[in-house]
Design a protein around this ligand. Structure first.
Ligand code: PRP
Ligand code: ADE
Length: 179
């Protein structure tokens, strides 16, 4: 059931103090990927959320880099395509970009100009929500291309950073208060 899946995912997140900078408690999701049962559980949680809340989804949009680990698996379950939002300079062809701030730095998000068509309904996915800057930038990219953002999904939310305030609606499975 949902509770046991959440529990399984929860036990597969490793906190690392002072990474990549002093004062940051880094939540490492590598153990989830290493255990097939935990990976299945997390994709099940995403899939159940999407099926319950969204009648029509055209594309899953994943964020560089850890959104790429979960996004394609979810997209395949749903039978829809997957689109990459990358850090600047990685994608060929004509691109559209937006700058943003991170919990520990600055970055620029980019998509291929033809990645989404106007009116397409998209769901964004990443591993973790901190300040929300990354997902917010990705939403801006989607809006620039006139796609319809249905929502944002992450495994972990760092609640004290209030990232969800920027993102409505959003689904976070594990608040840091339980980690
Ligand atoms: C991390 C994380 C999210 C983002 C969350 O990625 O995977 O994408 O930060 O932070 P925010 O909510 O404050 O924007 P990072 O930029 O470190 O890149 P990586 O996935 O390439 O390691
Ligand atoms: N991205 C931003 N903040 C993070 C954190 N504390 N752990 C893992 N990824 C992050």
């Amino acid at each position: 059931d949902t509770e046991s899946k959440l529990q399984l995912v929860h036990t597969h997140i490793r906190p690392f103090p002072d990474f990549p900078k002093k004062g940051i408690l880094f939540r490492d999701i590598c153990p989830i990927l290493k255990d097939p049962a935990a990976l299945t559980a997390v994709i099940d949680l995403f899939e159940e959320h999407v099926r319950k809340n969204h009648k029509q989804v055209d594309l899953i949009v994943g964020l560089d880099a850890r959104g790429f680990l979960f996004g394609p698996l979810l997209a395949q379950r749903l039978g829809v395509g997957f689109v990459l939002v990358r850090k600047k300079g990685k994608l060929p062809g004509t691109t559209v970009s937006v700058a943003y701030d991170l919990e520990y730095g600055k970055a620029e998000a980019e998509i291929q100009e033809d990645a989404v068509a106007p009116g397409q309904k998209v769901l964004l996915i990443d591993d973790l929500l901190a300040t929300g800057g990354t997902l917010y930038a990705a939403c801006q990219l989607m809006k620039k291309q006139q796609a319809e953002v249905l929502g944002c999904m992450v495994v972990i939310e760092l609640k004290e950073l209030n990232g969800t305030d920027k993102l409505k609606p959003s689904q976070c499975f594990l608040p840091n208060s339980v980690l």
